[in-house]
Structure formats: C-alpha cells, structure tokens
Design a protein around this ligand. Structure first.
Ligand SMILES: *[C@@H]1O[C@H](CO)[C@@H](O)[C@H](O)[C@H]1NC(C)=O
Ligand SMILES: *[C@@H]1O[C@H](CO)[C@@H](O)[C@H](O)[C@H]1NC(C)=O
Ligand SMILES: *[C@@H]1O[C@H](CO)[C@@H](O)[C@H](O)[C@H]1NC(C)=O
Ligand SMILES: *[C@@H]1O[C@H](CO)[C@@H](O)[C@H](O)[C@H]1NC(C)=O
Ligand SMILES: CC(=O)N[C@H]1CO[C@H](CO)[C@@H](O)[C@@H]1O
Ligand SMILES: CC(=O)N[C@H]1CO[C@H](CO)[C@@H](O)[C@@H]1O
Length: 888
C-alpha cells in the first residue's frame, strides 16, 4: 500500500501535498504499449447483488433492514472516508453505524506499539503447519480487535512468487497456489473468529512492485494472463479464501489484460462476485482508484483511503466517490441499486463478524503519530485533535505462537556429517551484522526501509514495529559460554582456528514495497538480484577458508543463489530462518543446539542459477512512459512446475527440509471417498433472489444529499453531501433521463443467472467434495532426536493423451500434513485429502472445472519434498507402492 500515513506520516503528507501541485497542470499522458493481441478483459455487467448464499443470510437480512433506512449520502459515506487508521470509512451516526478502521498489515498491527511483530507470511508458509497458520491468525485477530481495528488488511496471497525478485513475495506464503491457499484460508479463519474482517489481497497478479501504480504520468503495468493459468494458479488461493469466508478483498494496483484491477468488470463482477460467489466487499488498494462511475459499475464497493490519485492529486479533499458518487446516483449514471448493494455488502460484513456487538472496541491507536493527542482526521489539513493513542497492550501471550512459527519454519538445507546440532560448549565465532538487532534502534527506519542488523521482516506497509527483538547474538550469548562476535560483514582478521571451533555466519536478503528504495532496490530485488546483501557470499567464503566448521544462517525474503559457497567442504550446515519477526533468537538457537529439530520446508525452490527460471519471470521495467506489458507466457510453469518441465535440477527443491530425526513413510492407503467422479461436477444450484431488491432503488430525492443546515466543512475532509444547488442540478439530469452516461460496451442492468462454475462461496460446492483420502504412517527411524515430519502430497495427472489433451505440470502440491513431535521409534498416521477440484483442470471452453479422464491413472505422490517422493498411490487401481521411482 502507498505510504502516506507512516509514523512520520504528517511530514509525508505535507511533503506530498507540497510536491504534487506541480503535477496538476501537467496533461496526464496516456501512452501505452498495446496489450498483446488476444489479451482482453471482456465486459461483465451488472455487478451481481450479494446476499444469495446461505451462510451470509442473517447478516444480509440485518444489513438490508439498516440500509433501507439510509439516505443516499449515508450509503455513500460508508464506501470511503478519512480518519486515524490507514483507512477509515465514514459513519452513519443517525443509525449507529460506526466509522470502520482499516489497518495494515499481514504480520501485525502496523504503525503502533504494544503489539506482537509476528513472523512474516513466507515464514508461516515454511512451517507447513496448518495448525500454526491458524493459531497465528487467531493471535493477530486478537491484536487487531484489541486495538479497535475493524479490518485486518491481510492475508496477502498475491504475490504468488512468480517473479523470484518480486518485492512482496515474503508477505505471502510461498510459490505454490495450494500452500498459499491453505495458509491464507487458515489465517482468515483465525482472524475472523475474533470478529475482525480479513482482507484478502492483492487481487490479482500483483507480482512485481516496480511500475505497479497508475499515476498522473504513467499507467500501471498490465499482467496479461490466459484464463486457465488465472484459474489454476493465481485465482486458486482467492477461491479458497472466499470459501473460508473472507469478509473483504483488496484489488491490486496493476492492470490485468490492460484493464486496471480496481475497475476490471470481468475480474470483480464476473469472477469474484459471480463465479466465486463473493458476498463481502471489494476495496481498492490505497489511492488505486482511477475512476468514479466506471469503478462503481465494475463492482468496486469501497475506495480507500478515499482520495484520488490515479487521475488527480491526493489529499486535497478530492475524491472519485463520496460527493461525486452521490452526484452520480442523483444524475442517474450509477444506478441506485448499485449503491444499495455496496452499502449492504459493507454493513452485512460488519454484522457477519459480529462487530455490531457493544463489546467491539473503537480504535485505540493512531497510524499517524505515537503521541497521546493528535489530529483526529489526519487527511484534513486543519483537523480537530483529541486523544488518539491509548497504548493498549494487545500482546497477551502471543509471543509463544510467534516463536513457534519462527522456529517451525527454520529450514535445514544441508547438514554434512550430521554436523548440527552443536554443543553449547563449542567455541563459537559469529560473523555478520545480521546476527544482531539494528544498533541504531529496532524501529529506526520507517516501515523497515533499511537493511541494518537482523532482518526480521521486509519493508513497506507489510511491516510492523517491533515491541522488542530477541536477536540471535543475545540468545547465543545467553546459552553458550564461549561466543566471539564480529559485528561486521567484511571478514575480519581472526586467530588461527582449531578443529573444535564453529563459525556461524549470518547473511540476508531483503525486499519490500515500491514506496521505498533500499540500497537501490525499488521494492523488488532489482539491484541485488538473488544474491545475499552486504557481500554475504564473500563473508561465507572467507569464513569457510578460515574455519573448518561453518554454519550459515540465512534471513531472507525468498530464494537466494548459494552456489558461490554451498559446496565448500567446511560449509557443513545451512539454515534458512526466513523472516522470523520479533522472536528471532531463541527460536534459532534451540535448533542450533538441538533442543528441537528443525521442521521447516522450503516454500519455494532454490535454483542453481537465476537463469533457470523462465525468462518471463524477470522484473519488467521500461525507460518509456508507456504501460509495461508483462505477459505470463510461462503459463502454469512457475517455480518447481517450470524446473520439472524443463528438466532442470534445483540446488534445493520446493518442499525440501531436513530434520535431526529421520522419518520413513509406510502403510500407505488411498480410498475413493465420493464414489466415482464424473467429468463435470454436478450442476450448480440456481442463484436465489437477493434480499437487496427490497431496498428502494428509485432515484433518491435531492434533499437526501444536502449538507445539513449551517454545516461547517473541514478542508480536505471527504464528505458524501453536496451543496443544495449541485444536488438539485444532478437530480434534474437524473429525473429527465435524457443525458446518458457513456456506458461501456456490454453494459446491462439485468442481473445474470451466474456462471456454470459458480454456486456457492468459492465456486460450485461440489468442487470441494473429497474425492480421495490417503493415509500414511510416519515413523521416526532415528535413535537420538525427536522431530516433526511433514507429508506432502503431489498430484501427477495422466499424460496429455490420457488427460483430454491437457498438458499439466509433472507434479503439483495438493495437500500436506505435519506430525506432532515424534520421539525415536514412534509413529503416527497422517491423513491427506484430494478434492474434486484438486484432480480437475480449468477447461476454458466449458468454463468449468473438469476431470478429463475420471477413470484415468492419476498418481498421488507422497514424500518429504517435491524431489523426495517414493510413495505413490494410483486413483484407477487404488493401489499404493512404497518404494517407487519418483516422478522428478
Ligand atoms: C485475459 O485475456 C486472456 C486471453 O484472451 C483470456 O483468456 C483471459 O480470460 C483474460 N482475463 C481477464 C481477467 O481479462
Ligand atoms: C459521514 O461520516 C462522518 C465521519 O464518521 C460523519 O461525521 C458524518 O456525519 C457522516 N455523514 C453522514 C451523511 O452520515
Ligand atoms: C454524473 O456525475 C458523475 C460524477 O461527477 C459524472 O462522472 C457523470 O458524467 C455524470 N453523468 C451525467 C449524465 O451527467
Ligand atoms: C496403518 O494405517 C492405519 C490407518 O490407515 C492405522 O490404523 C494402522 O495403525 C497403521 N498400521 C501401522 C502398523 O502403523
Ligand atoms: C508494555 C509496553 O510495551 N508498553 C509500551 C506501550 O507503548 C508506549 C508508547 O510507545 C510505551 O511507552 C510503553 O512502554
Ligand atoms: C476509547 C477506547 O476505545 N478505549 C478502548 C480501548 O481498548 C480497550 C481494550 O479493548 C477497551 O476496553 C477500551 O474501551
């Protein structure tokens, strides 16, 4: 999200306001490279009404009752606003509907204090633990609620990691749609059970940071994606999130097929609201809205934070909606039922989470200042002030789950001669500035926009303030008697080493949001590439020359290339600790010293060379002021799907992760759960009528839009009212009905029956029928260490000729399960499931999920990594083999 309300936000605001007027007179340039032939976003109108899915029935009933009583100015007021959180809606004081507080971000409550800085998404993905994904969500939900935030602006499940240098991949959970989907859905459940509205983002194909935004001079890049790839990769985690009941979805800054995501009717009206049956509300990313009427018709329900940017200047009290949306309804351009639907979606979501309860606290914090007293409406230039920070401590015992996630994510990539764990008595020599918290202060850089000291999270709106930071060096010193620390990234002069000496080298790689440039990286890792920062490779190489036992610890946002040192004989062990958040110390040292075994697995592949990725996965930039066209020509083949197809062995495969224990898989069974599958799923039920038709949708009287008598405006505040003259003039146009808005081609006002693939939250409910259940016994065959095993299930479709001609990736992750701690010799049984959707492909002609050959031989491979698969079950014979030759 655009950074305009950071802790130094007031200064930022002032700066922006000072700089931007110079752009007012500039003619917005409208150059663009043409969208490649064949890519287009078809029209899809009108916006489908919400309220037709059972689980939302009660919430809609109450919402319809409330919205029926609202004036046009009141309905419009709750679709945008201004306030003390990163975003706020207006309120409807007359009916007791509050201003809603929307707050970043995916790993904790941003820009405030007395919170927990949780491990990042990528770290959570690396645990492969559904339980921890959920528990982290529960704890975060409690913190957002405790601070009085109504919306949690997360989880982030797009970026999917298509572009390994992509700046915000770390906010999500890994480079696989199922891993993203499961982690996203578990987060949503955890957060929303606390009554906080989750906001799944960024919809969709927001895979790079550079040139992501529309601004007065340039259009945002366009991600050009074919329909099958959209469904099978990028949309998959959104569908699961909608199924998990997410209350909100945030659109991306970029365009898809040349049409901005914030006003792409096909994506919002068609796919999200009709095919996926989404009943909650769709909001923009911050300052991403670029039109008023068009975005309303395309299905957008909320403009955040409410100001213009894309075609005007922000923070001057201009809005595409608010007073303009009121005008658009009065003048007949936006049908009244569209605003009824927007307002009902907002109110229904609030009811659905139980936020109408008197226990739901109003905001206790300000995003704009750490002072107790500050401006109540920071977007307004002269705002009344009041108590804005009450420093409510929301941490409870959340550090326990934060530490557990950080620890269970730690991924042991290499462990020659079982070098780890080490004894605390070993003489330890520690190198690298990444071992210690930033000496200038743990929160010294705004939104973590520097890479100094330990890297516990990336930068930008996805960051949070640390309440404290347990850094590795402090933890090492607490536990081990002989620790020598060289707080430097240039290898120092050291004494000749002894055989018993252990060097621990800390290196990192950072990325973040495009609103900051760090060491020449514009959000994406465009300058540093996939190499360790601060000359980390040299540091490791020199340590490896000076010591015979080297352990490398990597804090990173994503894959780094390890070839410069990975095969050096003295590099015995490599641990990827991802982005651990505040609990970086003990979580790591307990693994180093063997108090617990590592149990993390890579949520992405680590290739030998960056050139092993498809060319299309590069960051796109252009010296011209034209729209960048980023065409997803690699289709389904990203990360391990690509490497397997190309026959390129990675250095460490997706899903790889060692343990001090050693696990075997046996006693595998598969059963067909839902009976024989048909090619197409059972037909969807027809779409019931929406309760919102009960709300009056005739042209509202002009008087509903008038400012109250004697009202005194605050400059730059956003109002939904109009002056009487303006309201009357607009109403006259609407009442005459002669002046028509230039509606887009394909525009219609009659509700559609809905697509074949729809029918319930996430799509046709039959897609979630469990088709196959597998069980596998996991045994710890080791004799010394306990540990947790992860069973990963990958589907191998039959070859294209036996699969209706559909080419499919060699294997695709479909489910996973993590065991409890298994002592040596102990076993447990894990269950894995494949749904109908898991064994389907998206047929672009049928516009449906089909199982091309239901009687065909689908292989379900189970193992501990995508390249460590020796157990397989077949869906045609329901036989399993336990020492098969793996598929890759
Ligand atoms: C983009 O264009 C491709 C190619 O025509 C099409 O398959 C796909 O459905 C379009 N997607 C969107 C979101 O417009
Ligand atoms: C819109 O919201 C603001 C802020 O909560 C409130 O002061 C104002 O009265 C609301 N307007 C209407 C029309 O209710
Ligand atoms: C109605 O008002 C909106 C918002 O100002 C404007 O974009 C639209 O063109 C107007 N429509 C007509 C028919 O004047
Ligand atoms: C084999 O798996 C079944 C569950 O499918 C379980 O009940 C049984 O205990 C397992 N047998 C062994 C020897 O682990
Ligand atoms: C318990 C705790 O961390 N309290 C802090 C809450 O925030 C205020 C303001 O930053 C600090 O002064 C408190 O120490
Ligand atoms: C003014 C205000 O909203 N205070 C609330 C802050 O949060 C605490 C804990 O949730 C509530 O008890 C207060 O009412």
């Amino acid at each position: 999200m655009f950074n305009w309300e950071s802790p130094s936000g007031l200064r930022g605001l002032a700066l922006l306001s000072l700089l931007l007027p110079s752009l007012v007179s500039a003619t917005p340039l409208d150059l663009r490279d043409p969208v490649p032939a064949g890519y287009a976003s078809p029209p899809y109108y009108p916006a489908p009404y919400g309220g037709w899915i059972d689980e939302w029935g009660d919430a809609y009933e109450k919402a319809v009752a409330m919205v029926s009583r609202m004036t046009i100015a009141e309905k419009v007021n709750i679709t945008a606003g201004t306030g003390r959180c990163v975003g706020n809606t207006g309120s409807v004081p007359r009916l007791g509907f509050p201003s809603l507080c929307l707050q970043d971000g995916p790993l904790g409550v941003r820009t405030t204090d007395n919170i927990t800085a949780f491990p990042a998404g990528i770290t959570t993905g690396a645990t492969w633990s559904k339980e921890l994904m959920y528990q982290r969500g529960v704890a975060m939900g409690q913190e957002f609620r405790g601070k009085g935030a109504n919306f949690y602006l997360g989880p982030s499940i797009g970026s999917l990691g298509r572009q390994p240098r992509g700046g915000r991949n770390w906010e999500g959970f890994g480079s696989d749609p199922v891993l993203q989907a499961v982690a996203g859905a578990e987060t949503i459940k955890g957060v929303q059970e606390q009554g906080v509205i989750a906001t799944l983002k960024h919809y969709i194909a927001n895979e790079q940071e550079i040139y992501r935004m529309y601004n007065p001079l340039q259009q945002a890049y366009s991600s050009n994606i074919d329909d099958r790839t959209l469904h099978e990769l990028y949309l998959w985690p959104f569908a699961e999130g909608v199924r998990a009941g997410t209350g909100a979805i945030m659109t991306a800054y970029n365009a898809v097929n040349g049409s901005a995501c914030s006003q792409n009717a096909y994506l919002i009206n068609g796919i999200l609201k009709d095919e996926l049956g989404f009943q909650g509300l769709v909001m923009t990313d911050w300052l991403a809205q670029i039109s008023g009427v068009a975005s309303a018709l395309a299905g957008l329900d909320m403009s955040m934070p409410g100001d213009t940017f894309g075609n005007n200047i922000p923070l001057f009290g201009y809005s595409n909606w608010m007073y303009e949306l009121t005008r658009s309804v009065l003048n007949g351009s936006v049908p009244a039922d569209r605003v009824n639907d927007m307002a009902t979606r907002v109110v229904a979501t609030w009811y659905k989470m139980g936020q109408d309860s008197p226990d739901y606290p109003p905001p206790n914090f300000s995003s704009n200042t750490a002072d107790r007293v500050g401006p109540l409406y920071p977007g307004a230039l002269f705002s009344p002030s009041g108590v804005v920070n009450e420093y409510v401590n929301v941490q409870a015992d959340h550090k326990t789950v934060a530490k557990q996630v950080a620890q269970e994510a730690i991924t042991l990539l290499k462990n020659d001669d079982n070098f780890l764990p080490i004894k605390t008595s070993a003489p330890l020599f520690v190198f690298g500035t990444d071992a210690q918290a930033d000496p200038k202060g743990i929160n010294s850089c705004t939104d973590k926009s520097c890479n100094r000291g330990l890297l516990g999270m990336g930068w930008g709106s996805g960051s949070a303030n640390y309440p404290y930071l347990d850094d590795p060096i402090s933890s090492l010193k607490r536990k081990a008697p002989s620790v020598t620390y060289y707080n430097t990234d240039s290898f120092p002069k050291v004494a000749a080493s002894k055989d018993s000496d252990v060097a621990i080298v800390f290196i990192n790689s950072d990325s973040g949001e495009n609103s900051y440039t760090v060491d020449n990286n514009h959000g994406d890792r465009d300058a540093s590439g996939l190499s360790a920062w601060h000359n980390g490779d040299e540091l490791v190489k020199k340590a490896a020359a000076a010591y015979s036992n080297v352990v490398v610890v990597v804090h990173t946002v994503g894959p780094i290339i390890m070839e410069p040192w990975i095969d050096l004989p003295s590099v015995k062990s490599v641990l990827v600790a991802h982005l651990p958040g505040q609990e970086a110390g003990d979580s790591l040292t307990e693994v180093l010293f063997g108090e617990v075994s590592p149990s993390g697995h890579l949520p992405y592949s680590i290739p030998v060379s960056e050139s092993d990725y498809p060319d299309s996965a590069a960051i796109k930039s252009s010296p011209k002021l034209s729209q960048i066209q980023d065409t997803y020509s690699e289709g389904l083949y990203i990360d391990y799907r690509h490497l397997n197809k190309a026959g390129v062995k990675p250095r460490f495969a997706f899903g790889h992760g060692l343990s001090y224990a050693s696990f075997s898989f046996s006693n595998v069974t598969i059963s067909q759960t839902a009976g024989k599958l048909s090619t197409a799923p059972p037909a969807r039920p027809s779409k019931p009528a929406s309760p919102i038709v009960a709300i009056d949708d005739s042209l509202p009287p002009a008087a509903e839009a008038y400012y109250p008598a004697g009202f005194s405006k605050i400059w730059r505040y956003l109002y939904s009212w109009l002056d009487k003259g303006e309201a009357d003039a607009a109403h006259a146009i609407g009442a005459a009905g002669t002046k028509k808005y230039p509606y887009p081609a394909g525009y219609s006002t009659s509700q559609k029956v809905g697509p074949t693939a729809g029918g319930s939250s996430g799509g046709n409910a039959a897609l979630w029928d469990v088709a196959y259940t597998l069980s596998v016994t996991v045994t710890n065959e080791g004799t010394t260490a306990s540990g947790k095993a992860v069973a990963q299930a990958y589907l191998q479709f039959p070859g294209a000729s036996d699969n209706g001609g559909f080419d499919t990736p060699v294997i695709q992750l479909r489910d996973f399960a993590k065991s409890d701690t298994l002592a040596p010799g102990k076993s447990t049984t894990l269950q894995l499931q494949l749904t109908r959707k898991d064994v389907s492909v998206w047929d672009t002609t049928a516009q449906n999920w089909l199982v091309p050959n239901p009687g065909g031989r689908y292989g379900v491979w189970i193992g501990q990594a995508s390249d460590d698969l020796s157990v397989v079950c077949y869906t045609d014979t329901l036989d399993c083999e336990e020492s098969a030759q793996g598929p890759v």
